[in-house]
Design a protein around this ligand. Structure first.
Ligand code: SGN
Ligand code: CA
Length: 496
């Protein structure tokens, strides 16, 4: 059974609320607090400024369902059973929301779930069906399906605020998991931001035109290139809706705009029709076409983030107004990172930095020192034990992760881990081969085990991972050390 450990929060004797704001595919490279060169996120940055930022936080399997299953269980994919999207999460297993609930917390999850089975361990749940829709989305709760008119990120926030204000048991501390669909593919912004960034050039990543020299055949076989694989129709709005037909043929086929109201369709037409006419006029080819596609993609991705950030601001504002800010741990994170044109990619899955890294900023006044930074290597296996300790509960010993509360408080942890284990299991999605690997503060070793190809990077010398050093005699010692570390991590976590 759970034991309550002595709870000593500077903020008071009552156990804190936990508001976990989680988005989908938000890369650190598109967050101001992480040094974004391409956008501003004042509200997410506010959490970091008034709290802390985990600078080296990573996932264990860079894909949606698996990352979420790990967050809930504190276990790597092989142990929680959810290795790839489409698997069914075993809701009978131990999760941190269940332990919080048993420990006296009121619990809720609102927004994207994507774990196939119904949520368990929540007093209240109201989640998107599947991936969810950007416009006029359908939700499913214990009472059945319902559809709400409006824009997804606003709606998930409305439902979250309503639950905190009107629906929860206010006698209990609470856990709210507020989980946005955005900025997931196909990057549909809110009407009011359809013209944000018009006339601007968003800086390109240095590796947009990567030719994959110096790496294995595995990276070349991908199907996630902005140039070759991102669709002009569906992904890049060249099929803007026809405002005169309720459902034109293209919309019905791709389902891109079929959920939009006539007025929403008209706004989309006004925003994209002129830009699309200019695109056809220009007749771009080759690198020029890749650069145009990058601009169209990144602007829509960033417009989606504008709504995410705005709604993070609404939640912070609500917590202030309701007098909850002082005794609430609020976190902003995302299920994995994403490629914003680095290596010419979109999507995630690889163990390369941009999708491996997960944002994590957290504020808890009086406990987390304002403006602090954590450099230790943390991972999504640590979320569950951290939240349990925050709630005054003892994290079970057999969770793979470890509570990072001490790090969040600004304490040093000399025996903190110095490497993480990674394993991507899906076969074929976006042409990414299965792989596992290990990363330390300086080095990364990746094994594409189906084809037995290895890559090794010195992140200090080569932060963009453009040259694998596997087999380079100069790196013989660290390569051997990382191979041993990989074996050791697998035995620690019980990987077959
Ligand atoms: C969809 C997307 C993919 C994406 C997966 C997984 N295609 O299938 O690009 O990799 O989701 O995303 S789309 O045409 O439907 O947009 S995840 O976040 O759920 O893991
Ligand atoms: Ca995701």
């Amino acid at each position: 059974m759970l034991t309550l450990i002595a709870f000593e929060a500077a903020a008071g004797s009552s156990r804190p609320n936990i508001v976990f704001i989680f988005s989908d595919d938000h890369a650190v490279n598109a967050i101001g607090a992480y040094g974004s060169r391409i956008n501003q996120t004042p509200n997410i940055d506010r959490i970091a400024r008034e709290g802390t930022i985990l600078l080296n936080n990573m996932c264990g399997n860079s894909i949606c369902g698996p990352s979420r299953a790990t967050v809930l269980t504190g276990l790597h994919s092989h142990a929680n059973g959810f290795k790839k999207n489409g698997d069914e999460f075993n809701g009978a297993q131990r999760t941190f929301p269940k332990l919080l609930q048993q420990g006296g917390y009121e619990t809720a999850v609102i927004g994207k779930w994507h774990l196939t089975s119904e949520p368990t361990g929540f007093d209240h749940w109201d989640v998107s069906t599947g991936q969810g829709s950007y416009y006029n989305p359908t939700f499913i709760s214990s009472e059945g399906r319902h559809r709400i008119f409006g824009y997804t990120t606003d709606i998930v926030t409305d439902l979250s605020i309503r639950w905190m204000q009107e629906e929860r048991d206010s006698e209990k501390p609470f856990l709210l998991m507020c989980q946005f669909k955005a900025p997931h593919r196909n990057w549909m912004p809110n009407i009011k931001y359809l013209n944000q960034y018009d006339g601007e050039q968003i800086p390109e990543p240095a590796t947009l035109l990567d030719n994959f020299e110096g790496r294995t055949s595995s990276i070349r076989k991908n199907s996630m290139m902005i140039g070759r694989h991102m669709r002009l129709m569906g992904d890049l709005q060249l099929d803007h809706p026809n405002p005169n037909n309720a459902y034109d043929v293209k919309s019905r086929k791709t389902d891109t705009y079929s959920r939009l109201s006539p007025e929403q369709r008209r706004q989309w037409y006004m925003a994209f029709a002129p830009k699309n006419a200019a695109f056809y006029e220009a007749n771009l080819e080759g690198e020029d076409l890749v650069r145009w596609k990058y601009q169209r993609y990144i602007k829509n991705y960033l417009r989606c983030i504008t709504s995410v950030d705005e709604n993070v601001g609404r939640i912070l504002d609500y917590l202030d107004w309701a007098g909850l800010a002082e005794n609430t741990l609020v976190i902003y994170s995302s299920d994995q990172g994403f490629y914003l044109g680095e290596h010419g990619f979109f999507d995630k899955r690889w163990m390369y930095e941009e999708s491996l890294r997960m944002p994590f900023v957290a504020r808890w006044p009086g406990v987390i020192p304002a403006g602090s930074k954590v450099s230790e290597i943390t991972q999504n296996i640590d979320f569950a034990p951290t939240f349990l300790e925050v709630a005054g509960l003892t994290p079970p010993d057999d969770m793979h992760g470890r509570s990072a509360l001490g790090l969040l408080r600004g304490e040093s942890a000399p025996d903190w881990r110095d490497s993480i284990y990674y394993h991507y299991y899906e076969e074929g999605g976006h042409g990414v081969a299965r792989h596992e690997g290990v990363r330390t503060d300086r080095y990364k070793l990746i094994h594409f085990y189906d084809v037995d190809e290895w890559e090794f990077y010195d992140l200090e010398q080569d932060p963009n991972e453009m040259m694998s050093r596997y087999g380079d005699p100069q790196y013989a010692a660290p390569i051997e050390a990382l191979r041993a570390e990989l074996d050791s991590l697998k035995s620690t976590y019980g990987v077959d």
